[in-house]
Ligand binder design. Sequence first.
Ligand SMILES: C[S@@+](CC[C@H](N)C(=O)[O-])C[C@H]1O[C@@H](n2cnc3c(N)ncnc32)[C@H](O)[C@@H]1O
Length: 263
Amino acid sequence: MGNVTRGTTNPNRLRRMDRWIVATHGAELRRVADPVAVDLGYGAAPWTAVELLHRLRGAAPRTRVVGVEIEPARVTAALPYEREGLRFRHGGFEIPVSGRPVLVRAANVLRQYDESEVAGVWQRLCARLAPADPATGSRGGLLVEGTCDEIGRRHVWVALGPEGPRTVTFATRLASLDRPSDLAERLPKALIHRNVPGEPVHAFLRDFDRAWAAAAPYASYGARQRWIRAVHALSTDWPVTDRPVRWRQGEVTVRWEALAPRA
Ligand SMILES: C[S@@+](CC[C@H](N)C(=O)[O-])C[C@H]1O[C@@H](n2cnc3c(N)ncnc32)[C@H](O)[C@@H]1O
């Protein structure tokens, strides 16, 4: 279910997203006896699925990864890369795997769809996630849906649980950043058309740029110190959910409700 779109991908392109998934979702992957993670729309070559397997197994050694692609020739091309714990399947948003995945990652997939389709796709994918289990404290599976540039220097993604959207994460290579609003061109489909005055994501990026400008004196200690300072200032007015240990990586995560488009 879905449309074939351009297959652009690159080795190591999704390292920032993988790193964040391991840090925030590794415990959920470890909790399950047979954790399945789906790399949905892996593209013309299966690099991102192979890398996802390695990175997730570093944190949760029982994890299996299934790469799902809607373009059949891309599935055929990926088959030689199958190995223990890694399979490739033809399919789309219905997610042709048995059971409920603990992770679905869809990177650079929805950007080529219409904005009006996003809510329906999110709903469909969230319904496929492993459910929350209050008895064990599990919050359930995670859908990570977002966009980045060709070599993964600038990334923005939304994380959703079975109940719906949770957070938005901005992640960047700090050395090549002029200002935080440089990330606007990588906003996921749900937000990219909303970066206009009157919309929360526009106000957020404006405030982030101001905090970045005010933190300019810290640039002499390096871009990382400047980013940490700017995010710290930003967190007085915006619901930042993560801590300096993540900010050091050139990341910041904010509650979805604060950036969600106005109705
Ligand atoms: C731009 S590539 C992204 C590749 C990789 N995820 C990355 O970020 O480097 C998008 C891929 O998503 C696939 N795709 C689009 N819609 C899909 C769907 N509904 N289900 C599975 N794959 C889909 C396209 O065929 C294309 O190969």
